[in-house]
Design a protein around this ligand. Structure first.
Ligand code: FDA
Length: 506
């Protein structure tokens, strides 16, 4: 359209003249649809292949800042030429919100801003948003064998999205969320002003630790508190099928896993196998993976007491360093060099994910129906994460992430597919599964995890009100939603930073 091409010219000219270079010279910082590297830069961190399709709207420009001034300039010029802004760190958003928009837009892609500066003296680090979790874990382990950081498992997740949406992993029952361990941050607000914690104030600093960064500005760096981990941690894995006592153990897991000592993380992954059943039928496979902050010797009595039915022996346990446990949960061999954590090449697939929280154990009737639904579809898996530990001690209002004391466990449902022609069928299946579980999970609101972004919960219209946005806002944030709206109204009253599920100003 003519207005589209007008914005096109305006933005490029504004940006290049701000840089002091001619519009026709390539700056290496802003890329147009005709730039030869536009597509490779766009696709580089698209983790969900659903959004690689040519039918998915693409940005008018991609800006790859090398410094904060480039971000300020991109904000100023996108305002000037009426382009919406999407900020991308690691590109792992489940719904592609960091790089897809239905209105003309630019992407500010932070992959060049990824320095990590560790200060062992006060056990802190400054990490830029474009760094990955793998780069952070690697940098910490290079400096100390007894320090770590509690965040997610997948090494290519970006710091920017992850920390601003919460962030949990295998040691979160002991140390809390990634966001719980942020002690300072640097944000560029809607006016292009660079603010640290003191300058942004406690309200905004609160909001960006779990409320999602994309509603508030561009967060460029985070100061985090490192945590002390033992030099030896222990890993184990046990599997059971449905006809092998899996259901009984899972039933018990629902109440026992959340009460285990905070040092012990025991999550359950449910999948479907064609061959595991004795009768050769499809069956549900229950995989329990444990990670203990301590030695096998200390873990053994703990497991024999809490889950005797596993029949675990010393030989079932593998002792290793914390960084090796990171490799293990990231899907690498623990004997590999930890340098694999620096690999930014992502393996993408097409998928749809949804989330839930459980406050009362799911009844046996509920579980039986669930097993029946699961065997209908092979290409799915469900990850159940026990809460408890320090998560029960942190007040619900400490950060926007509200899923704390009364949570037994969180659920992530995922379904993936090869051909995007089948997408509708798989998405329909996962929605049916989600509907089925409604009576058995948290209610009023039915809770959801922001970092498992799900647009089924509701999307903003052109002028979404606070009340309308509650359909998804209360699920992600419960009572904290109101405060997020108040912060938004103060720091971005014109709603410049917006997307399908951004916090509306009051
Ligand atoms: P991306 O760049 O897509 O950003 C996500 C959102 O944050 C977007 O709305 C974006 O605009 C905004 N944003 C990003 N950077 C910003 C910045 N600097 N300033 C302002 N806004 C910004 N979660 C978890 O807690 N534990 C886990 O173990 C996992 N595991 C996992 C595995 C895999 C394979 C995937 C795909 C995802 C997960 N996640 C997860 C979910 C993950 O935490 C979530 O998708 C994060 O938001 C991803 O952050 P990125 O920076 O990669 O995403």
């Amino acid at each position: 359209s003519s207005s589209g091409s007008a914005s096109h010219e305006d933005f490029l000219q504004c940006f290049q003249s701000g840089l002091g270079v001619n519009t026709n010279t390539s700056s290496g910082i802003v890329f147009t649809k005709t730039s030869s590297s536009y597509e490779s830069i766009l696709d580089a961190s698209i983790r969900n292949s659903r959004f690689l399709a040519t039918s998915v709207p693409k940005p008018n420009f991609i800006v790859t800042p090398h410094n904060l001034f480039h971000i300020q300039l991109a904000l100023r010029c996108s305002k000037h030429s009426n382009l919406q802004v999407r900020v991308r760190s690691g590109g792992h958003d489940y719904e592609g919100l960091s790089y897809v928009s239905n209105v003309p837009f630019i992407i500010i892609d932070l992959f060049n801003l990824r320095s990590i500066t560790i200060n062992m003296e006060d056990e802190t680090a400054w990490v830029q948003s474009g760094a990955t979790l793998g780069e952070l874990y690697y940098a910490i382990a290079n400096r100390s064998k007894v320090h770590g950081f509690p965040a997610g498992s997948c090494a290519t997740i970006g710091i920017g999205g992850h920390l601003s949406g919460g962030g949990f992993g295998t040691i979160f029952r002991k140390y809390g969320l990634a966001a719980d361990n942020v002690i300072d941050a640097q944000i560029i607000n809607v006016n292009g002003t660079i603010l640290n914690r003191r300058a942004m104030g406690e309200d905004l600093f609160w909001a960006i630790r779990g409320g999602g960064g994309s509603s508030f500005g561009v967060i460029t760096a985070w100061k985090i508190k490192l945590v002390q981990v033992p030099s030896t941690v222990t890993i184990f894995e046990v599997s059971r099928n449905l006809d092998d006592g899996g259901s009984e153990i899972f039933t018990k897991w629902q109440t026992v896993a959340p009460k285990l000592p905070a040092e012990l993380f025991l999550h359950a992954v449910l999948g479907v196998s064609n061959s595991a059943s004795r009768l050769g039928n499809k069956t549900v496979v229950f995989s329990f993976t444990g990670m203990y902050l301590g030695t096998a010797e200390n873990l053994l009595p703990l497991m024999q007491e809490s889950f005797a039915e596993f029949g675990l022996k010393r030989s079932n346990f593998t002792e290793m360093s914390w960084i090796q446990s990171v490799l293990y949960f990231a899907g690498f061999s623990v004997d590999q060099s930890s340098e694999v954590l620096l690999n930014r090449n992502i393996t993408s697939s097409s998928f749809k994910t949804k989330s839930d929280y459980v406050t009362e154990p799911i009844s046996s009737t509920g579980l039986e129906g669930l097993w029946k639904m699961l065997v209908l579809e092979e290409s799915q898996f469900i990850i159940l994460t026990p809460y408890g530990g320090i998560m029960s001690e942190i007040p619900e209002s400490a950060t926007p992430f509200p899923h704390r004391k009364s949570m037994l466990y969180g659920i992530q449902y995922s379904v993936s597919w090869d051909s995007n022609e089948d997408a509708t069928m798989y998405i329909k299946w996962i929605r049916t599964l989600y509907d089925y579980l409604a009576p058995y999970v948290s209610k009023l609101p039915r809770r959801a995890y922001l970092n498992y972004r799900d647009l089924d919960l509701g999307v903003n219209g052109p002028n979404t009100s606070y009340v309308e946005a509650q359909s998804w806002g209360l699920k992600y944030f419960n009572q904290n939603f109101k405060r997020l709206v108040e912060v938004k109204a103060r720091v971005d009253p014109q709603n410049f930073f917006r997307n399908e599920q951004s916090i509306p100003p009051l």
